[in-house]
Write a protein that binds this ligand. Structure first.
Ligand code: NDP
Length: 396
């Protein structure tokens, strides 16, 4: 018997709710709460149709910590799964602390007026979570999330030391739109337009945004794609937890069409996060842009093709050098057929469900605030194969 409270009725929230509903022996009660009740109800309707499971829905603005505390007190969930936006991480962690409930998210906290992608605000909760006897699992999506688990698994089973890590995120799908982002546009564009950064010999090295690229040959017929170096939040914890690491980088593929649109939007000031005065009203250009772009959840029926996200690791085992590539390929069409969402939401929503499941089963459970690579990777890797994200590891 367990109860999960899922916050956020967007693309990712929908997938996690479907996947939890498909495991009703583990998630006996499911509550989906978000700012817009109609979005929760639409997901509940789909979940009932697909899985036969009835879930509870509610309107809740989690920026109001007192309301959230009252809601959690009323519902008494075993775990709160935060699939709202990174701005909501701290208010939800505060509500979990006040009510003594475990917490999970898929993205690090972001202050609304700064693009930082840093964990320091959430690390500051470590002692408080430990003292309260509860757990926070940070970044249980794909990247961060599965990529951290791939690294932990490689470290446990394949390497004495990992010397270089390249996380390579390829979306070889196409939604046919002139310009759209596959997850929340505001967060996505903030992430991509920031300066690039990678870690080498104990130091962070900065690059201009998307200034470095490489061509990478992806497996299983996906072929060669241009990948751009950017900063991604999982690097911050991984560089602390991989033994012998000398360099860590993150790469993502973008089409030329996407980059051209982004450049124009940037050049005309539409990606800015500082408020501007428009006819007496303060508006944030990026937030306005989000309103006119397609919702990620609406891309499900339109997207075709596959994603391929993996870790390329080089290091030594028994004195010999070794290169390992651990990856998952996910089909947009298959994800849509199963849960009505495209693969970006799917590859994030499934690991969120798995993280919550392992916490409820106490297979992953420690007091305090933790990253994915700090737990035994084996049960998570097994669950990925069972629940829709099978992976492969190939020695190169
Ligand atoms: P969406 O924008 O589709 O959904 C976000 C949902 O959160 C919306 O339903 C929104 O409500 C709700 N929400 C926002 N603010 C509040 C609030 N104050 N109180 C209650 N609900 C709120 O985003 P996605 O589903 O694409 O992404 C969800 C999360 O997943 C993001 O944090 C994103 O960064 C993360 N992510 C992580 C990935 C990973 O691999 N680790 C990859 C992709 C995404 P409303 O509809 O009313 O606006």
């Amino acid at each position: 018997m367990s109860k999960v409270l899922i916050i956020g009725a967007g693309g990712v929230g929908s997938v996690t709710t479907h996947k939890c509903a498909g495991l009703s022996d583990i998630f006996t009660d499911i509550v989906l709460a978000s700012r817009t009740l109609s979005k929760c109800d639409a997901i509940a309707h789909e979940v009932l149709k697909r899985t036969g499971k009835k879930i509870t829905t509610a309107r809740l603005d989690v920026d109001n910590v007192q309301d959230t505390i009252a809601f959690i007190e009323k519902m008494r969930p075993d775990v709160v799964v935060n699939l709202a936006l990174p701005y909501q991480d701290l208010p939800l962690m505060d509500a979990c602390l006040a009510t003594g409930v475990d917490y999970l998210d898929t993205a690090n906290y972001e202050p609304p007026n700064e693009a930082k992608f840093e964990y320091k605000w959430q690390w500051a909760y470590r002692q408080k979570f430990e003292d309260k006897g509860i757990m926070a699992l940070l970044g249980s999506g794909f990247d961060p999330g599965v990529t951290n688990v791939f690294c932990a698994w490689a470290q446990k089973h394949h390497f004495d030391e990992i010397h270089t890590l390249d996380i390579i995120d390829c979306n070889a799908g196409d939604h046919g739109q002139h310009f759209a982002t596959n997850f929340n546009p505001e967060i996505n564009i903030r992430e991509i337009t920031q300066r690039g950064r990678y870690w080498e010999h104990g130091e962070w090295v900065e690059t201009d945004p998307l200034a470095w690229s490489m061509d990478y040959e992806f497996p299983e017929g996906i072929g060669s794609k241009k990948c751009y170096l950017m900063y991604h939040e999982e690097l911050e914890s991984l560089v602390m937890h991989l033994k012998g690491l000398k360099r860590a980088r993150f790469w993502m593929t973008f089409s030329q069409q996407y980059l051209t649109h982004l450049k124009v939007l940037e050049n005309v000031g539409m990606t800015g996060i500082e408020p501007v005065n428009y006819k007496g009203q303060e508006i944030v250009p990026l937030q306005f842009l989000k309103e006119v772009l397609p919702e990620p959840a609406s891309l499900g029926p339109l997207t075709q093709g596959r994603t391929c996200i993996g870790c390329l690791l080089k290091g030594i085992k028994d004195g010999k050098s070794k290169t390992l590539y651990v990856y998952n390929i996910c089909s947009h069409e298959a994800a849509f057929k199963e849960v009505g969402s495209q693969a970006i939401s799917y590859t994030t929503g499934v690991p969120a469900m798995i993280g919550a499941m392992l916490m409820i089963q106490k297979k992953w459970h420690k007091k305090g605030v933790w990253h994915m690579e700090q737990f035994d990777p084996d049960p998570f890797m097994d669950a990925l194969n069972i629940h829709g994200l099978p992976w492969k590891a190939v020695e190169l």
